[in-house]
Design a binder for this molecule. Structure first.
Ligand code: UDP
Length: 370
């Protein structure tokens, strides 16, 4: 059986890496990897760490690219890849533009699509934009659904997907996390000395990440203002912020947060460095989806700078709190944690580290009607 996996961004590479490794090791599959290069630089680091290589590289990234550019280039590039390799299945991940465009390309070519991380929903088509729309569209076109949690399975059933096409797998992000934590013993030399020292001194570290399109503009103004207020209110706090490369993130961060002594701005951490940073943080402030799923395994509380989440399981478990991209709410939530800090227990509602194996088992026994 021929399988083509498609990835394009950092989180897709991280979450698909354990599955890609397993598919490569399973003799009954002829597996090939296609990278769209939607996030060229951050993707390459992850692929090196997990020792995976692309067989096809669409190399679509261009300065100033928008969603239309990305979609058009992927559709055109994938047409040739699918014609050359002729896979039985195309595997896509999550909710990115790469995911949607690769699904559409496979659908046009009459090839089955397996959606990894299927069934996540916020219930609001505009939030997050464009991710919620991408998920819904991919789940209309997919053939098999690899849903991380029972809630994700239920969402798909409610939308009329038949049960025999859905497998509850857990999230592959936990497979990746377990693989990485076994390898990581400390920061790499790529992390600046000052940033490393922020963790080694006897201080609480607030680790910040943000990249979401829905927060561009007003959201990032509020977020950066909140960080500035926190840095001055708590001079003993170290705020470590690996800043996403998107200019819509870089611009407000550089404008408001440079030259504050306890704010450590740095380039995006490579994945193993980020895992190590999470492990040694006091609290995480983020708008990331993957970080909400990883942090519970490390026993770290998370404040999510969004008004909604498609990952409510950790909110219910009490390890994640929604604070929006609002200055006052972010500051108030950190202040509350500062006073009444409760360590969270490392229990993870998102997976047990065997999601990739469940996906591979399904593919090797996929019912003939699919
Ligand atoms: N991550 C990383 N370096 C960083 C920040 C995050 O490697 O500086 C990892 C993190 O461990 C998680 C993934 O990137 O696995 C999350 O990516 P992102 O927040 O960009 O996307 P999302 O998960 O929201 O789709």
């Amino acid at each position: 059986m021929k399988i083509l996996t498609v990835i394009g961004t950092r989180p897709e590479a991280i979450k698909m890496a354990p599955l890609i490794r397993l598919l490569n090791q399973t003799p009954e599959f002829e597996h090939k990897l296609c990278s769209t290069g939607q996030h060229r630089q951050m993707l390459a680091q992850v692929m090196d760490f997990f020792e995976i290589e692309a067989d096809f590289d669409l190399d679509i990234m261009q300065p100033g690219q928008d969603l239309t550019d990305i979609t058009c280039r992927i559709l055109q590039g994938m047409r040739q890849v699918l014609a050359d390799f002729q896979p039985d299945w195309v595997l896509v991940h999550g909710d990115t533009t790469t995911c949607l465009a690769a699904t559409l390309a496979a659908f046009y070519a009459g090839i089955k699509v397996g959606h990894v991380e299927a069934g996540l929903r916020t219930g609001n088509l505009q939030a997050p934009f464009p991710e919620e729309a991408n998920r819904l569209l991919v789940d209309r076109l997919a053939t098999a659904y690899f849903a991380p949690t029972q809630r994700n399975v239920d969402n798909l059933l409610k939308e009329g997907v038949s049960a025999d096409r859905i497998v509850q797998t857990g999230n592959t992000v936990i497979d990746a996390l377990l693989w990485a934590t076994n390898k990581v013993r400390g920061f790499s030399l790529k992390v600046p000395k000052a940033v490393q020292e922020a963790f080694t001194l006897d201080r609480r570290v607030l680790l910040v990440t943000g990249h979401r399109r829905e927060n561009f503009g007003e959201g990032f103004e509020q977020i950066t203002e909140a960080i500035r207020v926190l840095a001055t209110t708590y001079p003993e706090l170290a705020i470590v912020y690996p800043v996403h490369l998107n200019p819509n993130v870089q611009q407000p961060v550089q404008a408001r947060l440079t030259e504050i002594p306890n704010v450590y701005l740095t380039a995006p951490f490579e994945y193993p460095d980020f895992i190590f940073a999470m492990k040694h943080s006091w609290l995480i402030l983020t708008d990331s989806g993957g970080v909400q799923e990883e942090a519970p395994s490390l026993g770290k509380p998370v404040l999510v700078m969004r008004d909604t989440t498609e990952r409510p399981e950790a909110v219910e478990a009490g390890t994640v709190q929604l604070v929006g991209a609002h200055r006052e709410r972010i500051v108030a939530a950190v202040q509350q944690m500062w006073q009444n800090h409760l360590a969270t227990v490392p229990v993870n509602p998102y997976g047990d580290g065997f999601a990739s194996q469940r996906i591979v088992s399904f593919l090797s026994q996929a019912p003939s009607f699919l």
